[in-house]
Design a protein around this ligand. Structure first.
Ligand code: SAH
Ligand code: SF4
Ligand code: F3S
Length: 467
């Protein structure tokens, strides 16, 4: 965003603030922001909330009292879209009760032309729709809607710029999300992301490090660097820089915090990355490395550019550099044309690697992607049975891994405490351990002795707290 454009958005923000001072139903205008999908959407929402705060809005989780209800949506699977349509549909009655409430929908679904069309035609109570490329224009779009009382649609694709200088309103106080790049160039044949998020573009290291410094200054203890494929970070910058180098520089910021990242594509994961991870205690020994399928035939059809052998080699190299590394992954069951034999290759890979945890998905056809046109003879019932089988295998692996940890003492970041006084702490490997402790420990690192493993959840007792 140019300086001129930022100033223009700020001018719009001032006008929105003035209008809403008069029109708000309560003493202060309120926004209810719902976020679906991945951390990238959470990070976008924190920027939208930053702009809303600048416009005088406070935040509520109660749609009933909101002047603005904003849905930041995900398009990655049909289920995600159905949920949004269900939720938005339910707002019709709120709009009837409170006609001045503005209902807005943004994010990945809004970037799909068939969704924008459906909203335009069948959801007249949705007053504002804007896609992922127009997040930074929120003040201007809100002003347009408020001034003219018309429905506003801003779903066009942009050239794929990086917009800096947007204020950020972070939800948490312990974990922070930090986007280092946007978009994706990989076009895996099942995936909608490259269509709704545009081409890869990186923020400059200066911008990323300044935001990381700000996060640390504000007392956060865990930073997740975000990108759809962080290993291609920096390749297209005027002065190219590798993700491994960015990661190391982030860890060099003084302070007591952890840094982790998501997501790595196996085709671009390198020894340099593993060496960088191993070089600092502040970099979490956790690697989320989606393999998607264990079958070479299916990986080819998915356009993933690696095979099973290459994936297993990476696992070996990562474990050589960091013997205790925690590996997690994504996998799709029932890709078009996947046979029982292909699926068994996936099962075999899962058993061989022994992931800490696995995010399992049943393939969902996405309009406009190549896979949606591929023949898909396997029934939904069969896919669902495979899915259950895979989950069971992984649950057994996770339970076994957890049982082995009983008796050991590990470092956790204390993230929250239940009313019953049970604190949940996250390890650098992304495992959650619960233990009784006082509220003061929340937000601090602590040592916890693992006393019990129930299936794949861990319980422990507090050994010491780092102040
Ligand atoms: N950029 C990340 C993933 C983003 S989407 C990566 O490449 O790893 C998160 C996960 O959703 C993917 O890893 C994949 O497992 C799953 N996914 C994406 N499209 C899907 C589809 N059409 N059906 C089912 N799962 C899908
Ligand atoms: Fe989708 Fe593949 Fe890009 Fe990940 S790398 S966002 S799965 S296209
Ligand atoms: Fe969903 Fe968009 Fe993320 S499609 S998974 S919210 S990039």
């Amino acid at each position: 965003m140019t300086e001129k454009e930022r100033v223009y958005q700020q001018e719009c923000a001032v006008q929105v603030r003035e209008i809403m001072e008069i029109r708000a139903r309560g003493p202060q205008p309120l926004a209810s922001v719902h976020v679906f999908g991945c951390q990238q959407n959470v990070a976008d929402a924190e920027r939208m909330k930053g702009m809303l705060a600048e416009m005088g809005y406070g935040f509520t989780t109660d749609d009933e009292e909101a002047d603005l209800i904003l849905f930041n949506t995900c398009a990655v699977r049909e289920h995600a879209e159905d949920r949004v349509f269900g939720n938005v549909g339910a707002l019709k009655s709120i709009k009837r009760r409170h006609p001045t409430t503005l209902i807005a929908l943004c994010g990945c679904m809004a970037q799909e032309s068939h969704v924008a069309k459906k909203l335009k035609e069948s959801y007249p109570f949705v007053g504002l729709v804007f896609g992922t490329h127009n997040v930074h224009r929120l003040p201007e779009l809100l002003l347009d809607s408020l001034l003219h009382g018309r429905r506003v649609f801003a779903c066009e694709d942009s050239a794929g710029e990086v917009h800096e200088g947007i204020p950020i309103h972070r939800d948490g106080t312990i974990r922070a999300w930090l986007p280092v790049m946007y978009g994706c160039n990989n076009f895996c044949t099942y995936c909608i992301v490259p269509y709704v998020r545009g081409r890869e573009r990186s923020r400059t290291p200066d911008m990323v490090l300044a935001e990381a410094q700000d996060i640390v200054n504000n007392g956060f203890k865990d930073i997740t660097l975000l990108g759809q494929n962080v290993n291609s970070y920096g390749k297209n910058l005027p002065e190219p820089v590798s993700f491994a180098s960015l990661l190391k520089q982030t860890a060099e910021i003084p302070g007591d915090f952890w840094v982790r990242f998501m997501t790595s594509h196996p085709k671009d994961a390198t020894q340099e990355l593993f060496d960088a991870m191993a070089s600092s205690d502040k970099i979490c020994k956790h690697l989320h490395l989606p393999f998607q399928s264990g079958s070479d035939r299916i990986l080819k059809k998915m356009n993933r550019h690696y095979d099973r052998a290459k994936y297993l080699e990476l696992v070996k190299a990562a474990r050589k550099a960091m013997p205790d590394i925690s590996l997690t992954s994504d996998v799709i069951v029932g890709f078009p044309g996947e046979t029982r034999e292909d699926f068994e290759e996936t099962l075999r890979l899962v058993k061989e690697v022994e992931f800490t945890s696995l995010y399992t998905f049943i393939y969902s056809p996405r309009e406009g992607t190549p896979a949606a046109k591929m023949e898909d003879p396997i029934s939904a019932a069969e896919k669902s049975a495979w899915f259950t089988e895979l989950c069971k295998v992984q649950e057994e692996i996770a339970a076994r891994r957890c049982a082995k940890m009983v008796g050991s003492t590990v470092k956790v970041l204390c993230e929250g405490r239940s009313e019953k006084g049970i604190v949940s702490g996250r390890t650098e490997g992304n495992l959650v351990i619960t233990f009784p402790a006082e509220a003061e420990v929340v937000g601090h690192f602590a040592e916890v002795k693992i006393t019990n493993a129930r299936n794949w959840t861990l319980q422990g007792e507090l050994v010491k707290v780092y102040q």
